[in-house]
Design a protein around this ligand. Structure first.
Ligand SMILES: Nc1ncnc2c1ncn2[C@@H]1O[C@H](COP(=O)(O)OP(=O)(O)OP(=O)(O)O)[C@@H](O)[C@H]1O
Length: 544
């Protein structure tokens, strides 16, 4: 396509002549000088950009009018690549052939080509990776216009040595990474100190509403952030501010809204992130800087590898023992007590076990769960029996007798009792006139009970699994696990509840296990519990 004709009076050296021919055609010599016409197809073929044409002609004393520039720019874009953020997706509009540059990403299906709109589509997570790669090829990029604010914020606390170390490591890793520290070690404080370093819009993702509130309170305690800089974004309110605190459940449903607004992404309780739906939070967030915090990043299902990929790899961890030695966590004692099933329970358990073995045909529980989903009748029956067996083990009569002995022995302590069964929790709370928080306890009642229990010198609080994460009762010093699942992560979180340091405290965690059943096997494997990222992985399969 031919556009504007222009004339050049002066003599042209060979290089200038060649440069002109990259985007125009020489027509002839006339009394007005050498006649050329801009040829768009030729310019495109030679990857000549609008800027090149403007600068070459102006060097030769020819100034293009506004309307002429507009006309050319319609066919010859100013940029090689244009980025756009749309509905939580990153669109890449190429004006040059870019497949060779992104071939590997296309083969890994990270990039998909939308033939209709002639754009590549991927997650915002890849924006900076793509932008840097394309710029290395000297391409002119139209960058995203992100709504990211500067933050006027300073950290007001005193960091502990390991916290400083963790932050330094994160900075050396170019602002990404997973930091694993035991519960109570001050991960929230690390996150806040990093936020105060980055001083840019930050999205903080927590797992429960309580944790959201704890983060907000800690932000005001450890920084000079103004109240108007912090917003909560969850079921009851959707306030987006330069520092926005949200929950996994709300964030993944609203990433279209949150995607392009933050430069720092902090994921708390990060072991939840690899879940299929939650990982969309990390993938759809444009944030260049990422921090993941967890006491137990290693997941039984091995999905922690996903977490490390999305958030920059495990960069720092300390075990409780290391922090106890430094006096930052309370020393603790693990006590496992074994009880027998009563003869009646034993009879029931072994008859169920032989039925289970017949029906399962030696298959592992994980295989049976899969078969059950496919409607396999034997698997369905086997799993029904399996759950009955678990209940016998967990609700063993003798467990309550041993629980009674422990409570008598620990009288005067502040005791947390964990069980995963609501009815068992209610029975225990009634018997000892103890406080009770279960999944059925509403938010106000839960906050009221926690507030009272925190002020007590001694007492008993019974919790079901709802009490596992983000519970802050610094002076609790005894934990009793009456029944728990085999998940190592849950066990560590429960232990962590007790490890908040307070003067002269030695925390004790009792675990009551039923002898001769898989629960005992699970617990024995936990004997060497370390918070290090060991390969230990319990699974339901061990129960058989
Ligand atoms: N550097 C510090 N200065 C003052 N207090 C601190 C510091 N680090 C931690 N703490 C205190 O220790 C307690 C636990 O800290 P924090 O809640 O950050 O731990 P955590 O690792 O986030 O716990 P969880 O695993 O439950 O999220 C809090 O009361 C916190 O204020």
């Amino acid at each position: 396509m031919l556009l504007k004709t222009f004339y050049i009076q002066r003599w042209l050296d060979e290089n200038t002549f060649k440069r002109l021919l990259t985007f125009s055609r020489f027509i002839s010599r006339t009394e007005r000088g050498s006649q050329f016409v801009i040829d768009i197809d030729r310019a495109r073929k030679n990857k000549v950009k609008l800027d090149d044409i403007i600068s070459t002609l102006s060097d030769l004393g020819i100034k293009l009018e506004e309307n002429e520039i507009k006309e050319i720019s319609k066919y010859l874009p100013e940029y090689d690549i244009e980025f756009e953020l749309k509905d939580g997706k990153l669109l890449i509009k190429p004006h040059i052939f870019m497949l060779d540059i992104v071939k590997d990403l296309k083969e890994k299906e990270i990039l998909k080509y939308d033939k209709v709109n002639k754009v590549y589509v991927t997650y915002p997570y890849y924006y900076y990776i793509l932008k840097n790669r394309l710029e290395e090829y000297g391409l002119k990029i139209r960058e995203l216009k992100l709504d990211i604010k500067e933050l006027n914020v300073n950290f007001k606390g005193e960091l502990r040595d390991y916290q400083k170390e963790a932050i330094e490591t994160w900075k050396q890793k170019d602002g990404s990474g997973v930091i694993a520290l035991p519960t109570g070690a001050g991960k929230t404080v690390i996150g806040i100190a990093i936020l105060a370093e980055v001083k840019r819009s930050t999205l903080i993702v927590t797992f429960t509403k309580d944790q959201m509130i704890q983060w907000r309170d800690s932000l005001f305690k450890f920084t000079d952030l103004s109240k108007s800089d912090v917003g909560l974004y969850y079921s009851q309110e959707k306030t987006i501010r330069p520092v926005t605190i949200t929950t996994y459940h709300t964030a993944y449903r609203h990433m279209k809204e949150l995607s392009g607004k933050f430069n720092l992404l902090i994921i708390d309780e990060a072991h939840h992130l690899p879940a299929e739906k939650f990982k969309q939070i990390a993938l759809q967030c444009i944030a260049a800087k990422r921090l993941a915090l967890s006491a137990t990043p290693v997941r039984e299902d091995g999905k922690h590898e996903e977490l490390f990929k999305l958030m920059g790899g495990l960069i720092y961890f300390k075990t409780p023992q290391e922090l106890i030695q430094k006096g930052y966590l309370a020393p603790y004692e693990l006590i496992q007590l074994r009880v027998d099933l009563t003869p009646k329970e034993k009879m029931k358990y072994s008859s169920l076990l032989s039925q289970f073995r017949k029906l399962s045909g030696g298959k592992k529980v994980s295989e049976l769960l899969q078969l059950m989903k496919e409607g396999n009748q034997n698997a369905i029956e086997a799993m029904k029996i399996y759950n009955e067996m678990k209940k016998i083990v967990n609700l063993a009569e003798n467990k309550l007798k041993v629980l009674d002995d422990i409570i008598k022995k620990e009288n005067g302590s502040k005791i947390l009792i964990f069980t995963q069964y609501v009815e068992q929790a209610e029975e225990i709370a009634k018997k000892y006139n103890a406080y009770l928080i279960t999944g059925k306890t509403n938010k106000n009642e839960r906050e009221r009970i926690l507030k009272i229990f925190k002020t007590l010198k001694s007492g008993i609080l019974v919790l079901t699994t709802v009490g596992d994460e983000g519970l802050d009762i610094p002076d609790a010093n005894v934990g009793i696990i009456v029944t728990g699942t085999g998940s190592r992560r849950q066990f560590i979180q429960r232990l962590g509840r007790l490890l908040r340091p307070s003067n002269g405290k030695v925390a004790k965690l009792y675990e009551i296990v039923t002898r001769g059943t898989a629960e005992e096997y699970q617990a024995s494997k936990r004997k060497d519990i370390t918070f290090g990222i060991t390969s230990y992985s319990s699974s339901e399969d061990d129960l058989m």
